[in-house]
Design a protein around this ligand. Structure first.
Ligand SMILES: CC(C)(COP(=O)(O)OP(=O)(O)OC[C@H]1O[C@@H](n2cnc3c(N)ncnc32)[C@H](O)[C@@H]1OP(=O)(O)O)[C@@H](O)C(=O)NCCC(=O)NCCSC(=O)C[C@H](O)C(=O)O
Ligand SMILES: [Mg+2]
Length: 297
């Protein structure tokens, strides 16, 4: 059973304000899969320039190792967006995260600038999904990934802005938001991009945070965005495949590789019906587990 070509774990994706030099430094030691160095909502207007310079310096200095480094710029219609994008183009992060994307055109504008500046294709675009229009246009936005020129590789749910703009409540279980969350998961999967869940604001509610991590994993999210180092370990745990699931996946794959099952579409394993689609799901799970293990080695 062939595993998907490239898999990058994106279980834990930690935001930090670009204006917080201590956090930018501390990030080099944290067990996260990705970092979002923020210039948007976490940075006050009079700190935008400092934040931009600190992020530029942090990337020049490097030291982030296996961690994927993403810069969240301000929208291009704001007074800071153009300078943020210029800095990000020079800094060459792994990805640039565009806030408040509402249509494919928002992404295309940024992609056009990256392409005109001959930024290597390895610098990807991520899209914040956090406006009412983004929810209505989720499929069209994800479809931008079908054109490699747009570089789109990940959706990031912005549940705080979504709550503000729609007036839907952010409540335990997120019933009001589930249709949008699942619409975005479906859109992301339809066009082969990743998707990470929104943040959990209550820092001292460990049980609530763990429940929301589980919820995101069950919804099919690849990971969750975080706001504090103490959220990293429980988040990694929730999005790391369980040993029993890995063993079961390997078992199914091995059964279908047996010559006697070569022409079968469905077989029985330990009293359960399994089809080749389960072996394909298993191959992805094993690939993710292997990618995490090799990251930790
Ligand atoms: C929420 C915070 C402001 C709390 O900060 P603080 O009071 O300093 O926390 P602690 O004293 O507990 O910090 C302990 C140490 O950890 C470091 N730290 C804290 N937060 C981070 C972080 N995010 N990344 C890296 N390091 C961090 C502190 O520097 C301390 O270090 P040390 O000195 O060694 O002890 C703060 O956590 C924070 O600013 N969090 C991020 C906020 C943020 O980025 N918000 C924007 C994203 S949320 C959003 O907008 C999503 C979306 O757009 C939407 O609409 O939903
Ligand atoms: Mg937001």
């Amino acid at each position: 059973m062939t595993a998907p070509a490239t898999i990058r774990p994106r279980r834990s994706v930690l935001y930090m304000p670009g204006s917080n030099a201590r956090a930018l430094d501390k990030a080099r030691t944290l067990d996260v899969d990705a970092l979002i160095l923020d210039l948007e909502d976490a940075v006050a207007p009079d700190a935008k320039e400092t934040g931009r310079e600190q992020i530029r310096e942090a990337l020049a200095q490097g030291g982030y190792g296996h961690r994927e480094v993403v810069i969240r710029i301000n929208g291009l219609s704001t007074p800071w967006g153009a300078a943020d994008l210029d800095m990000a183009i020079g800094a060459r992060p792994d990805a640039i995260l565009l806030p408040k994307v509402s249509s494919p055109a928002d992404l295309e504008r940024v992609a056009h600038k990256l392409n005109a500046a001959r930024v290597p294709g390895s610098v990807r675009l991520w899209a914040m999904m956090e406006t009412p229009l983004a929810m209505l246009n989720a499929a069209a936005i994800a479809a931008a990934a079908a054109n490699p020129e747009t570089r789109l590789s990940c959706f990031v749910m912005g549940t705080n802005d979504l709550a503000k703009e729609t007036r839907a409540a952010l409540v335990p279980g997120r019933a009001p938001m589930r249709p949008w969350l699942m619409t975005c998961v479906a859109a992301a999967r339809a066009y082969g991009i990743d998707i990470v869940d929104g943040v959990y604001n209550t820092l001292d509610d460990e049980a609530g945070f763990a429940a929301e991590c589980r919820e995101g994993a069950e919804m099919g999210m690849d990971g969750k965005t975080l706001i504090h180092p103490k959220q990293v370990a429980p988040c990694n745990a929730a999005f790391t495949p369980a040993e029993a699931d890995i063993a079961w996946a390997r078992r199914i794959i091995a059964e279908f590789e047996k010559p006697e099952n070569g022409s079968k579409g469905a077989i029985q394993v330990e009293g359960r019906m399994v089809e080749r689609l389960h072996a394909e799901m298993g191959a992805r799970l094993v690939a993710i587990a292997d990618a995490i293990a090799s990251r930790n080695a």
